[in-house]
Design a protein around this ligand. Sequence first.
Ligand code: PLP
Length: 424
Amino acid sequence: MTTTTPEAVGRSRPAKAPAVFDAAAARKDFPILGTLVRGKPLVYLDNAATTQKPRQVTAALVGYYETSNSNVHRGVHRLSETATRLYEGARAHVAEFIGAAEPAEIIFVRGTTEAINLVCHSWGRPNVAAGDEVIISGLEHHSNIVPWQRLCEEKGARLKVIPMNDRGELLLDEYERLFSDRTRIVAVNHVSNALGTINPVAEMAASAHARGVPLLVDGAQGLPHLGVDVRALGCDFYAFSGHKMYAPMGIGVLFGRKELLSKMPPYQSGGDMIKSVTFDRTIYNDPPHLFEAGTPNVAGAVGLDAAVAYLGGAGQDAIRRHEEEVLEYATGRLGDMEGLRIYGTAREKAGVISFTMEGVHPHDVGTILDTEGVAVRTGHHCAQPIMERFGIPATVRASFGLYNVKADVDALVAALGKVRSVFR
Ligand code: PLP
């Protein structure tokens, strides 16, 4: 067996991304899509929870471990130099991919959750005081609620929430009214994981900045479907998870504007985040290393790099158009089903359809779909306040990735027909 180095695997990006995305061809890159589940071909519609990984990513991981594995930043030997080059190369490629001004604005973390906790800890604690206010939205995942809630509890600050309309769109007039001279930060998601709403984050950042307030974007669902240019969005922080964008689990990114990062104290402490240590005093390293204490997930960064190359090569605009077509088709087909109600009908949507079926608990829907090989998510999707807003305990969520095609939607509709026949 020959092993390819991750450098060779990961970065075969064509000079110009194609205008049209060929999903049928892309499916061949994802071996898991050719497997059977309960004797039926897998129809994977749980991409908002995590995406599958293309061969290009798994080959980069295997290649890394078989040819280049070592610890980074510390060794003078060849393997350590290679691993360091791969790790820092991944940082540079991610920076370029999301339009960061420089690689030092990219901090590798475990995922979106850790990225938000880092900001709450290192930016929030020094900048939020008693009586101050933090604005989030009613559309947030728990990971963009609970860390802010805890910060507010600790500091005696107040959490304010942007409400939404019945379509699941944020009320921007209300957003404007929530600002006061005590507002310290705004934290909103780019795309809602429960309803699929695309939030106008560039507009929201401009409003916040007009008042001198920074804005964090939870991009866990934004980057995989829309791509991102952090400079065009004008956000101060952007958090995302590798595993939701075809990269391995356990690696994610916090983008932070250098101006803010350079004033933030460390998050965790230990090796690599220091320049020198004595028992009297530690001199800290500069960002991004200041925020990456301990041995990082080098293989994860290599895999993320390969996923970035994969998305860049396919062309994120082309992927977006393809996904929009599939989502529109699914919305039409599910919308035609009797007794099925779609939650989240925003004019701007990506990746997700949440729904309930009259007379059937969402978990039962999910269980029966599974017997047909159709994988969806059921429950509150870590967004309980959204469920509360709509007066329901749970939904069924079909969420799409770049490899989903209209035939997957047809399979979902056929399987829902089976649910209906069981619960007639
Ligand atoms: N934010 C959103 C919108 C999400 O969908 C998720 C995961 O589902 C997260 C945050 C948390 O991501 P992770 O579990 O990868 O940290």
